[in-house]
Structure formats: C-alpha cells, structure tokens
Design a protein around this ligand. Structure first.
Ligand SMILES: *[C@@H]1O[C@H](CO)[C@@H](O)[C@H](O)[C@H]1NC(C)=O
Ligand SMILES: *[C@@H]1O[C@H](CO)[C@@H](O)[C@H](O)[C@H]1NC(C)=O
Length: 284
C-alpha cells in the first residue's frame, strides 16, 4: 500500500511540475478541421505528415514560414501550410509551441484534408485549398470582457491603445504591442499578407472589436488572418508580463508537492513502525 502511495505521489509530482512551464504559450485558443477527409494510408496522408514535419523543423529557425508540397500524381493532393509564432517568442519557444500545435492538430483533425489551430503563442494551418497570401477576415473567435462603462478613464486609455495598435505609418508591421496604464494589447497579422492587407485586416479587427465588445475591459478578436487582444495587465497571458503569476503558481505547486511527498513519507514511516512493533509483539 505504501509503495502505491509513493508511486502516486511521484506521478502527481511529475504532472504538476510539467504543467506550469507549458501552460500559457501552448494554451488552446481555437482549432478547426475541414470536413473533407483523405483516405488513411494514401499519398495525401504522407504529404500531410511531411508538411507538418517541415513546419516543426522550420519553427526552430524562424517565426513564420510557408510550405507547398506538390504532388506529382494529382493536383488535388497539393498541400499548402504555414505557421506563425507570436512576434516576441524566441526560436526555442516558437519551436515548442509549433510542435505542440502540430501534435494537437494530429489528434483534433484525424484524416482531415485541412486543419487550423491557434495556441496562445502560435498559429498553424494546412489545407489543399490554397490560402497562402489570401486575405481572409472571417471572424473565427470573439471574446468580450466585462464592461468598464462609457465614462471611465480606462476606456479612454483602452481606445488610445487600440488606436495605437491600428495605426499605420506605411511600413510593414505584422506584430504590434502596446500598453497604456494598466491595459496591455497585442495585434498580429499572418505574414503571408502584404503590408496593405495586413493593415486592412488589423484595422478591421480593431474596429469590430470596438463596436462588438463596446466598453469592455478586455477583448479578443481572431479573424482568419489576423488578431487583436487586449486586457488588464496580468489578467491574461499576453506574454512577457505574466511571469510573476507563473512564479507564484510554481511556488504554490512546489509547496503542494512537498506536502504530498511529506505525507507519503509519513505514511510509509508509520506503517514501517507498525510492522516493527507487530514483529516485536510477535517475538515475545
Ligand atoms: C482536397 O482533397 C480532397 C480529398 O483528396 C479532394 O476531395 C478535394 O477535391 C481536394 N480539394 C482541392 C481543392 O484540390
Ligand atoms: C512562402 O515562402 C517563400 C520562401 O520561403 C517566400 O518567398 C514567399 O514569399 C512565401 N509566400 C507567402 C505567401 O508568404
């Protein structure tokens, strides 16, 4: 029985310790699969596998790339794919995020001709319908936080922030971050768009977020090729600013794990003592 407890305690330790470091970048935002399915074991399947492998490998070197896998046998099997990491990620974090996205896509979109997945830190998409370089402003996900009221200073700061994120100086700025007071925001377009398309997509996203969410304290709007997110600092994992939070969680977990291990040891020790006592009694 005590062995089982030790095994359980160490399992718990492993699962608890492995979660905090992966939590924010690899947390799921949305995913979808095309309804068309390919035949398992077909050349299509091996094209999907080689495309996804290319994405994972490429993510160790760069934060955006696209691939086209031509199939010599049939044009229906030509596959297109891309990944993009949030602009502030290191190559290591980007690679980890894309690897996680690809493995999640594998379970989410089994045998699907196409799929897309957005995690907090990265986006991955593949399909046999060409979408590379195509501006697509379909709303994929919209989330509005609680209202802060039309009369508040926070709203003025929020609008200033959104104005800043949406502003164009004519240069190509696919990744934008900003903060004003306690409000923090991030916007990004997928880098297969041209500078004009990127600007158009972001302006649209920001405009829609403002009209659809009203005076919200936080909001997320993901269009097919760009997104904008804002929230109060620390309320959300927008990268970079939530490390204190993670540290706290890690500390709490460490204490918890220590407690569990302590209790397990105590139980082992007590049952050992009992055995020794019983032996002692039996010996008399
Ligand atoms: C994508 O692949 C599926 C399955 O092989 C096929 O039915 C469909 O026509 C293909 N689409 C295009 C645009 O090639
Ligand atoms: C796709 O990648 C190639 C080479 O990496 C690059 O030259 C091209 O501009 C990219 N196309 C798009 C639409 O991003």
């Amino acid at each position: 029985m005590s062995l089982a407890i030790i095994a359980f305690a160490s399992l718990l330790t492993i699962s608890l310790l492995s979660t905090p470091s992966t939590s924010s970048l690899e947390s799921f935002i949305f995913g979808g699969c095309s309804q068309l399915k390919y035949i398992s074991g077909s050349p299509y399947e091996s094209n999907v596998n080689s495309l996804l492998t290319s994405l994972v490998n490429s993510a160790t070197l760069t934060n955006y790339n696209n691939f086209t896998i031509q199939s010599p046998s049939s044009s229906q099997d030509t596959l297109y794919g891309l990944f993009q990491c949030r602009g502030d990620l290191s190559n290591g974090d980007c690679a980890r995020c894309v690897a996680s996205a690809v493995s999640q896509l594998g379970t989410l979109c089994i045998d699907s001709c196409g799929g897309a997945l957005q995690l907090d830190g990265c986006f991955v998409k593949y399909d046999n319908i060409s979408f590379l370089g195509v501006e697509d402003k379909t709303v994929v996900l919209k989330k509005c936080g609680p209202s802060i009221g039309y009369e508040s200073d926070s709203l003025t700061r929020r609008d200033a922030l959104l104005g800043y994120l949406g502003a164009s100086d004519g240069s190509y700025k696919p990744y934008r971050v900003g903060g004003s007071g306690d409000i923090y925001g991030v916007a990004q377009c997928v880098q297969d768009l041209s500078a004009n398309e990127c600007q158009d997509c972001l302006s649209d996203a920001i405009g829609r977020l403002k009209t659809d969410c009203g005076p919200a304290a936080s909001g997320d709007l993901f269009l097919a090729k760009c997104y904008v997110r804002f929230s109060e600092r620390g309320a959300h994992s927008h990268g970079g600013n939530d490390n204190n939070n993670d540290d706290e969680i890690e500390k709490t977990l460490a204490i918890l794990v220590g407690l569990i291990a302590g209790v397990a040891l105590l139980i082992v020790f007590l049952s050992f003592l009992r055995k020794v006592c019983e032996k002692g009694k039996g010996g008399k």
